[in-house]
Design a protein. Structure first.
Length: 684
């Protein structure tokens, strides 16, 4: 074809009347070939040239060249839509329909089929631009014409009728008429399956698309099991097609794999979906690699869905890898058109940070959060709207939180203060729309103020966070766990300030707020309850009259945290290890010294290993475990030398942290000194 066009171009220049029509046909044919190969940008350029030539020809001889122009305009509409130029596609399609209407009115036998084709194309374009009812009207007209033609000439228009029914089914589905959609698409499947064996290969792509669409419509009716059967067949067909023509058929295969995953999710069979998700990711990355920019938003959206599916299937260690690929695509898009694509780029970076933080990959989470903040600042600089301010506040809050998790609490204070300031600048209505994020930012800010020695601000901010979360829980009980977090942090701060009488009711209320949803909600809610129980146990353990009650709460906290820690130790072992020193102290207070020694020894072993891997992130918890280890051995016959070594190591940790966060370790440092004095006295 390329060689033919090389010959035709100079001939068309020299003898336009003779060779321009042939050049236009050649360009249109080349466009069709390129689109079948997935080379959409080249296809669009070829059909644009063909359209320009045919328009000039039709101006001079409309009867001779008008039909060719109408056909090329239809092809142009398809190629424009494939590259995301939907408004232009609608205009091209509208002109094609108008021209075919005139032609079909004059010569119905010759042009009614082409009119139906252009109506079918225009229906898809209108659906892409948010006009579902207009699209349905055109799809109904197209399918009606094809049905009449098929009845008049059985078999001749069968494939066209199947195509029209497929489009009609999608447009019915768009307006919520799901059962009618299923009926139309089932009719189309029947037509495709009825083709003679010698034609079966030619219709396999259309049959696969039809089976996939049938599955989509069945899912909308809640018939996931039936949907899965059809989509699975579509996947099998498309795998074979993609092996022979990867560039043309991989996009469809990726789409069908995603729909198969959604069916398995609906059926509660997500573990089965994991290998399918991985296959879909690999296919979509192959699709995206050579794709033009206009196709990248679709690839990014599909990969985002697949990342979410991995998380839902419990594969959260794998999800960040997929989201990183989404971030790369969003970066390419934002580099080309910042105003359009930077918001999605920032949202992807926010998600990536959360996913990385959830699997303890602190340095990478911080890098993603810093990039998100940079992008959010650029967006706000262009348009300082409440929505952009809120988004920047959320990204700053994420950055502060990840710095805290990485043990860089001193560096976390500035971004968290900025986040809270931005939230406070918003109207009450705007702030409420983004809850509980603003309230949780207050929780973390209170803790950071405390660590920095700004005690009055810490207590005041902690109370403000409780008030904010209290209001939320009053509006919606589902916010109870967030209230529990705020109460727990406030209670822990007061406990560290040795205001246990004030801390105790807060911590008791934290347990009550977390318990209802912890029993029925997702796993993180049980972690919140365990934290509240552990905080309450620690507060009670310092009071001699409540050792058994403290022990009960500490044991419940450890029981809640043990199963998830055993299932995913890399991520959740730290939560359990944080509760073990408290349990050890409660056991010691209750006189169960052997169990106390074993529990605290286990805590030190875990925290030493975690601290060695990430010193800054785990230094404070390591020091607390060492102190608990030593305090649990303040009894006759205990291994005093080992306890003394532990308390000396704890003191070294606390002194190091105290240089920048004096209030955070003040009470523990004092307890360590008291413990050391008692151990020395006993040994002498």
């Amino acid at each position: 074809m390329d060689r033919a066009l090389e010959i035709l171009r100079p001939l068309a220049e020299e003898h336009p009347d003779t060779f321009r029509p042939a050049l236009a046909v050649g360009l249109n044919t080349r466009s069709n070939c390129l689109s079948e190969m997935g080379r959409w940008e080249e296809a669009l350029e070829a059909v644009r040239q063909s359209t320009a030539i045919r328009r000039r020809l039709a101006e001079g001889r409309p009867n001779a060249f008008g039909p060719g122009l109408a056909m090329t305009l239809n092809t142009l509409a398809i190629d424009l839509a494939a590259l995301g130029h939907h408004d232009e596609a609608v205009e091209a399609g509208r002109e094609s329909v108008a021209r075919y209407r005139i032609l079909a009115e004059a010569q119905p036998d010759a042009f009614r089929g082409e009119l139906a084709m252009s109506l079918n194309t225009q229906a898809n374009q209108l659906a892409d631009t948010g006009d579902p009812h207009g699209a349905l009207t055109l799809a109904e007209e197209a399918a009606g014409i094809y049905r009449e033609l098929d009845e008049a000439s059985p078999g001749v228009f069968a494939m066209d009728l199947a195509m029209g029914l497929t489009t009609l089914a999608s447009r019915l589905d768009d307006v919520g008429r799901h059962q009618e959609a299923v009926e139309r698409i089932e009719e189309a499947v029947t037509i495709y399956r009825s083709r003679p064996a010698k034609h079966s290969e030619a219709v396999r792509p259309d049959l696969a698309a039809c089976l996939n669409n049938l599955g989509v419509h069945l899912r909308a009716l809640g018939r996931a099991e039936e949907a899965l059967a059809g989509i699975t067949e579509a996947v099998e067909i498309s795998r074979g097609l993609a092996r022979t023509n990867p560039r043309a058929f991989r996009p469809a295969l990726s789409r069908y794999l995603i729909h198969r995953v959604l069916c398995l999710r609906d059926l509660g069979r997500l573990p089965e979906a994991v290998p399918i998700v991985r296959e879909a990711v690999a296919v979509e990355l192959q699709v995206a690699a050579p794709a033009p920019l206009a196709r990248l938003p679709e690839s990014a959206s599909r990969l985002s869905s697949l990342s979410g599916a991995l998380t839902l299937a419990g594969q959260r260690h794998d999800a960040p890898g997929v989201t990183k690929e989404v971030a790369k695509l969003r970066h390419r898009l934002a580099k080309d058109d910042p105003q359009t694509h930077e918001p999605e780029q920032a949202a992807t970076l926010d998600l990536l940070g959360r996913q990385l933080a959830s699997v303890q990959r602190h340095a990478e989470a911080l890098a993603a959060a810093r990039k998100a903040v940079t992008v959010r600042r650029r967006i706000r600089a262009r348009a300082d709207t409440p929505a952009h301010r809120a988004a920047l506040a959320a990204s700053l809050g994420n950055l502060g939180e990840y710095l805290m998790q990485a043990g860089q609490r001193g560096k976390a204070l500035p971004p968290m203060k900025q986040a809270v300031r931005l939230w406070r600048e918003l109207s009450e209505a705007d702030r409420t729309a983004h809850q509980p994020v603003p309230a949780l930012a207050l929780v973390l800010l209170g803790f950071l103020f405390f660590g920095a020695g700004r005690v009055d601000e810490a207590v005041r901010t902690a109370q403000e966070s409780v008030d904010a979360c209290d209001a939320l829980a009053g509006l919606d009980p589902a916010h109870g766990p967030f209230l529990s977090v705020a109460l727990c942090v406030h209670g822990v701060i007061l406990t560290e300030l040795e205001q246990r009488a004030a801390a105790l009711p807060l911590l008791e209320r934290a347990v009550r707020a977390a318990r209802p949803l912890a029993e029925t909600g997702p796993a993180p809610y049980r972690t919140i309850l365990a934290s509240a129980l552990s905080g309450l146990a620690q507060c009670l353990a310092e009071e001699p009259e409540w050792p058994e009650e403290a022990l009960t709460y500490a044991q419940e906290a450890v029981a809640l945290l043990t199963p998830p820690a055993e299932a995913d130790p890399l991520v959740l072992e730290a939560d359990l290890a944080r509760a073990l020193p408290v349990l050890g102290l409660c056991l010691a207070r209750a006189g169960r010294h052997g169990e106390a020694a074993g529990t605290t020894e286990r805590a030190v072993e875990v925290w030493r290993r975690l601290r060695d891997a990430a010193p800054a992130a785990h230094e404070l918890d390591f020091g607390a475990a060492l102190l608990a280890y030593a305090r649990a051995r303040l009894l006759p016959g205990a291994r005093s030398a080992e306890a003394l070594a532990a308390v000396d190591e704890a003191l070294a940790v606390f002194r190091g942290l105290g240089a920048t966060e004096p209030t955070l370790v003040e009470r523990q440092q004092r307890l360590a000194l008291e413990t050391r004095t008692k151990l020395i006295r006993r040994s002498t």
